[in-house]
Design a binder for this molecule. Structure first.
Ligand code: ASP
Ligand code: MG
Length: 473
């Protein structure tokens, strides 16, 4: 008997119509004999609304969280009323919703009285999104005749105390999955588990970071040694580029773990970047499929890159970034300046998307998301204050209005001439390339251009992805 983990994202559970599709998908899979482990997101928009409610509570705005609570009641009750017949089972689900909403308001009251929302209480508040959706969906699956039950992931998924972006504790998680979750699956129950949340060893709710329910799906697929992980979303699969930039974008039938990792990192929002991490070693295949086009096979994500017919598979871009350059004649041969710079940037909360240094060592540059750029600049200048005073380092220059363009494809590895073609294409379009980086995986090349050239860079490189260049060209 196969075990399939299915994760449904926010839009896939965002309305009664969408949840009806979810119920069809899960009941079909059960009917075909598969064991199904369901992982759900909060209904679309709910996590944002909950985050807002806790912020408003901290500033004393009682009305805001009460009205949030009422909206959540309306949305979840609507789904239950629409998809479940009147009667005891529906009453039971409505009562569960009511109980969770009461806890939400109680927590917000506490935050209002304290006048402060700590990361810990914020995670407890946002956990209600997935807790609500899982109750309703389990109820609907029972209505369809399945033996389904909702579970809070915190029972199985143990994390550290890094609230807001918690890290799984693999050993403890595996032990709890073996002890509690596997027996549930073996009893032929269909568990409906909250995505995005876990709990510390002491049982405090934590969250895995925004969009983290993909990661949850992968964690549960790995820990239960599922035969497949299906990420059900609202698009047909992983695409050759963003269809909003180029309408010719096509769905890729197959991408490798490494390729999808690079794509996720560089702005293609189909999968959370951490998703492949838990399943990589076990080689569990992942499918990205569309809840609203459920017979379409979607994209298969798997171990090695299959003999690919294209060298460049996909082109992605990140818009809201800044390029920071540290320069100075006194940096030559002085070790540690780059290290201290990146540490200072990290301490300022700036995640570094790409790095480039010329061997002259007179400057190096790197890219961060724009809202952290000023923080990072200040932090680095403080860290390098004495080098700047000695004029060994000139300082940090921030360039905004730039964008990263990335071409991804495992076929680039060992294929000469790919970067030549990429940059010739840029040259032909008279697009100035400001900085370049190629990962050692040779699976992607990223470069920085002026923001105004982003669209034309992507569209012209997308030509290369569409023309199916044979790997052996
Ligand atoms: N509900 C969470 C969020 O919006 C997690 C997820 O949907 O993946 O970030
Ligand atoms: Mg998502």
């Amino acid at each position: 008997m196969r075990t399939v983990t299915m994760k449904f994202g926010g839009t896939s559970v965002g309305s009664p119509e969408a949840i009806a599709n979810v119920a069809d998908i899960v009941t079909d899979a059960r009917a075909s004999g598969d064991r199904v482990l369901v992982v759900v997101s909060a209904m679309s928009g709910v996590t944002d609304a909950l985050l807002n409610s806790v912020r408003e509570a901290a500033s004393g705005n009682r009305w805001a969280y009460l009205s949030c609570s009422q909206k959540l009641r309306d949305r979840h009750e609507e789904v239950a009323n629409f998809l479940m017949a009147a009667g005891k089972p529906r009453e039971a689900v409505l009562a569960e919703i009511e109980q969770l909403l009461k806890q939400h308001v109680d927590l917000c009251e506490a935050v209002r009285i304290l006048g402060e929302a700590t990361p810990r209480i914020t995670d407890a508040v946002v956990s209600f999104g997935e807790r609500l959706s899982s109750r309703v969906i389990a109820g609907i699956l029972r209505e369809r005749g399945l033996n389904a039950s909702a579970y809070d992931a915190g029972q199985f998924l143990v994390t550290d105390e890094n609230y807001g972006s918690a890290n799984p504790q693999w050993h403890d998680t595996q032990a709890r999955v073996n002890g509690f979750l596997r027996p549930i699956l073996e009893r032929d129950v269909t568990p409906v588990i909250t995505g995005y949340i876990g709990a510390t060893r002491d049982g405090n709710p934590t969250t895995l970071g925004r969009g983290g329910s993909d990661f949850s799906g992968a964690i549960f697929a790995a820990a239960t040694e599922s035969d497949e992980l299906i990420i059900w979303t609202d698009v047909d699969g992983v695409m050759t580029t963003d269809p909003r930039i180029d309408a010719r974008a096509k769905v890729l039938p197959y991408v490798s773990y490494t390729e999808v990792g690079e794509l996720a990192f560089y702005g293609a929002k189909v999968l959370h970047p951490k998703t492949v991490q838990p399943i990589l070693q076990k080689g569990i295949p992942v499918r990205v499929r569309n809840t609203f086009n459920r017979h379409y096979p979607g994209t298969l994500v798997g171990p090695a890159s299959e003999p690919s017919t294209t060298i460049i598979k996909a082109v992605t871009s990140v818009r809201n970034v800044c390029l920071l350059t540290v320069s100075g004649k006194g940096m030559i041969g002085v070790p540690g300046i780059a290290g201290r710079t990146f540490l200072a940037a990290a301490n300022a909360g700036a995640n570094i998307l790409m790095i480039s240094q010329a061997s002259s060592e007179q400057n190096f540059c790197f890219v961060v998301i724009d809202d952290r750029a000023d923080h990072a600049k200040t932090a680095i200048e403080t860290e390098l204050a004495s080098e700047i005073a000695r004029q060994d380092v000139d300082g940090v220059e921030v360039l905004d209005n730039v964008a990263i363009v990335t071409v991804v494809g495992a076929g680039m590895r060992g294929t000469p001439g790919v970067s030549g073609r990429v940059f010739t294409t840029m040259g032909n379009q008279a697009i100035n390339v400001i900085a370049i980086a190629q990962g050692a995986s040779e699976c992607s090349i990223s470069f920085v251009v002026d923001k105004q050239h982003l669209e034309s860079a992507v569209v012209n490189l997308h030509d290369l992805a569409l023309e199916s260049v044979p790997v052996t060209a």
